[in-house]
Design a protein around this ligand. Structure first.
Ligand code: FAD
Length: 453
C-alpha cells in the first residue's frame, strides 16, 4: 500500500501539508512531477530552465527519488498511481483556470480506477475563494479584501522535511530535461536558495522595504516572486516569520503578499479576466492597430522607445527575466497610454520572458495599469516617464545600468537625453512619441469608455 505525492507549484520539502496527508494515508509514497507539454510550451525558456533547475534541487532533497514523467497528467498520474498501487494521490490545490480543469480530469480518471485525488493546502496562505464579503460574494477591491484576509488568518507552517514521508524508489522516468538556451541571468533555483534569499531579506532589507521598494536603482525588494511562483517557499512561512516584526515596513511587505492572494482570488472568480477586460466597459476603448502599431510595439519590446526608464525596464526584463515592480508599472502604462496598444500584447510579452511569470499577478498587474482591472489606477492617471524616472531613479543609476548607450550621461539628465547639449547620444533612439500629445490622446480615448458605461 502506498500513496503518490504529485508536485506542481510546491517544489520544496519544508512546510508541506501534502506530506502530512500522504504520511497519514500510507506507509510510503512515490514523489512525482509531470512535465506537461500544455504548460511547458507557453512557459518561455527562462521559466522552463528555472523549473528544471528547481526540479534538480528537489530531486536532490528527496535523495534522488523524484520520478519525472512527460505527458498529459490525465494519463500519467493514474498510470503511475496504478503502477505503485497507490489508493491516493496528494496535491496542493491549484486554483488557476488550467490547473482546475486539469485536476478535475485527473480526479475523474483516478476515480474510474477507484483512486482518489486528495487536495491539501494551496500555494496561498488563504486558499482563493475563502475570503468573501458578508453577503457571500467575492471582493472586487483590494483594501477590503486585505482586511478580511487578515481577519481570516492562516495556519502556521507545517512541520515537515524530506524524512516526513518514506519515499519509494521510482522506476525509470523520462528524467529532468537539460536547460534551454537562455540569455538572461537567472536566480539560483531551489528551496535552499529561496530560504537563503528570504533570510537575507529579513536580516537586511525588510526594515527599509517601505521606503526602498519603489526605487529600482536601489534594487532592495525581496526577489522572492520566482520562489513563490514555484512554491520553493510558502507564503505561510513568510507570514509566520514576519509576525514577530511589528514594523511598518513588515506590514507593507505583508500587504504585497496580500496582493498576490487577492489576484488569485479574482482570477478564480473571473477566469475570463486572464484574457479579457475585467471591466467590460473597456471593450469600448479604441486601440491602435496596423503596421505603425506593430512597429511601436516592436520598439517597446526591444527597449528602444527613446524613453530611458522604459527602455531600461524592457532591457532588464531581457537581461534578468525579471523587472522591478515600479518599472513594470511604468512600461505597462507607456504601452497602454502612450502607444494605445492592447494590454494583452504587453502581458503576453511579459509572460514569454518573466521567470516569475504568474497568470493571476501578471494579467491583473496589467489590467490595473490599463484601468480595466479590479482596483484600477484612475484612467486619467497617465504616468509621465520622465518624472517617474526622476522620482524613482533620481541619479539615473538604474538607467545607466541597463542602457549602455547612456552610460556617459551623468545624474538625472539621463532621463531626458534629447535635452543634452550635444543631442541624443549615438546609438540611442529619439523618443518614438510625444508624451504630452499621447497623454491627451489617451484621455480622449478613455472618454469613450466613460460614455459606454
Ligand atoms: P517584493 O516587492 O519583494 O514583494 C514580495 C512579494 O509580494 C512578491 O514576490 C510577490 O509575490 C508579491 N507582490 C508584490 N507586488 C505585487 C503585485 N503588485 N501583485 C501581486 N503580487 C505582488 N508578479 C509576479 O509574481 N508575477 C508576474 O507575472 C507579475 N507580473 C506583473 C505585471 C505588471 C504589469 C505589474 C505592474 C506587476 C506584476 N507583478 C507580477 C507584481 C510585482 O511586480 C512582482 O511580484 C514583483 O516585482 C516581484 O519582485 P519581488 O519579489 O522582489 O517583490
Amino acid at each position: 500500500e502506498s500513496a503518490v505525492v504529485w508536485f506542481r507549484r510546491d517544489l520544496r520539502v519544508r512546510d508541506q501539508p501534502t506530506f502530512l496527508a500522504a504520511a497519514d494515508a500510507a506507509p510510503c509514497a512515490l514523489a512525482l512531477f509531470v512535465l506537461d507539454p500544455a504548460l511547458l510550451g507557453p512557459s518561455g525558456a527562462a521559466r522552463r530552465t528555472y523549473l528544471f533547475r528547481s526540479l534538480r534541487a528537489l530531486d536532490a532533497a528527496l535523495g534522488g527519488r523524484l520520478l519525472v514523467v512527460r505527458g498529459d497528467p490525465a494519463d500519467v498520474v493514474p498510470r503511475v498511481a496504478a503502477g505503485c498501487g497507490a489508493a491516493t494521490v496528494h496535491v496542493a490545490a491549484d486554483f488557476g483556470p488550467y490547473g482546475r480543469r486539469r485536476d478535475e480530469a485527473v480526479e475523474k480518471s483516478l476515480a474510474d480506477d477507484g483512486r482518489a485525488l486528495v487536495r491539501t493546502g494551496s500555494p496561498y496562505a488563504v486558499a482563493p475563494g475563502r475570503v468573501r464579503k458578508a453577503d457571500g460574494t467575492p471582493f472586487r477591491v483590494y483594501s477590503p479584501f486585505r482586511r478580511a484576509w487578515t481577519d481570516h488568518g492562516w495556519r502556521g507552517p507545517a512541520d515537515t522535511d524530506a524524512s516526513t514521508v518514506r519515499w519509494l524508489h521510482p522506476q525509470a522516468g523520462d528524467g529532468i530535461p537539460d536547460d534551454d538556451a537562455v540569455d538572461a541571468v537567472l536566480p539560483e533555483a531551489g528551496e535552499e536558495a529561496a530560504l537563503r534569499r528570504w533570510h537575507a531579506f529579513l536580516d537586511d532589507g525588510v526594515q527599509d522595504y517601505g521606503s526602498d521598494r519603489n526605487r529600482p536603482d536601489r534594487d532592495r525588494t525581496s526577489r522572492l516572486s520566482v520562489h513563490l511562483k514555484y512554491g520553493e517557499i510558502h507564503p505561510r512561512t513568510l507570514l509566520a516569520d514576519l509576525a514577530s516584526r511589528r514594523s511598518e515596513s513588515a506590514g507593507t511587505f505583508r500587504n504585497e503578499i496580500a496582493w498576490r492572494e487577492f489576484y488569485a482570488d479574482v482570477l478564480l472568480h473571473r477566469p475570463d479576466s486572464a484574457r479579457r477586460n475585467h471591466d467590460r466597459a473597456f471593450d469600448a476603448l479604441p486601440l491602435a492597430s496596423g503596421a505603425a502599431a506593430r512597429d511601436r510595439f516592436a520598439a517597446w519590446c526591444a527597449g528602444r522607445t527613446g524613453f530611458p526608464i522604459v527602455d531600461a525596464g524592457m532591457r532588464q526584463l531581457r537581461a534578468q527575466a525579471w523587472m522591478h515592480n515600479r518599472v513594470r508599472m511604468i512600461v505597462a502604462s507607456f504601452l497602454v497610454k502612450d502607444l494605445h496598444l492592447p494590454w494583452q500584447w504587453g502581458a503576453r510579452h511579459f509572460m514569454g520572458l518573466l521567470v516569475d511569470g504568474d497568470l493571476a499577478s501578471n494579467q491583473h498587474g496589467w489590467q490595473w495599469t490599463a484601468g480595466s482591472g479590479t482596483d484600477p489606477a484612475p484612467y486619467f492617471r497617465v504616468f509621465n516617464p520622465v518624472t517617474q524616472g526622476e522620482r524613482f531613479d533620481p541619479d539615473g543609476e538604474y538607467v545607466r545600468r541597463f542602457v549602455p548607450e547612456l552610460r556617459d550621461v551623468p545624474g538625472k539628465a539621463v532621463h531626458q537625453p534629447w535635452r543634452l547639449p550635444d543631442g541624443v547620444p549615438r546609438g540611442y533612439p529619439e523618443p518614438i512619441v510625444d508624451h504630452a500629445a499621447e497623454r491627451q490622446e489617451a484621455l480622449a480615448r478613455y472618454q469613450q469608455v466613460t460614455q459606454a458605461r
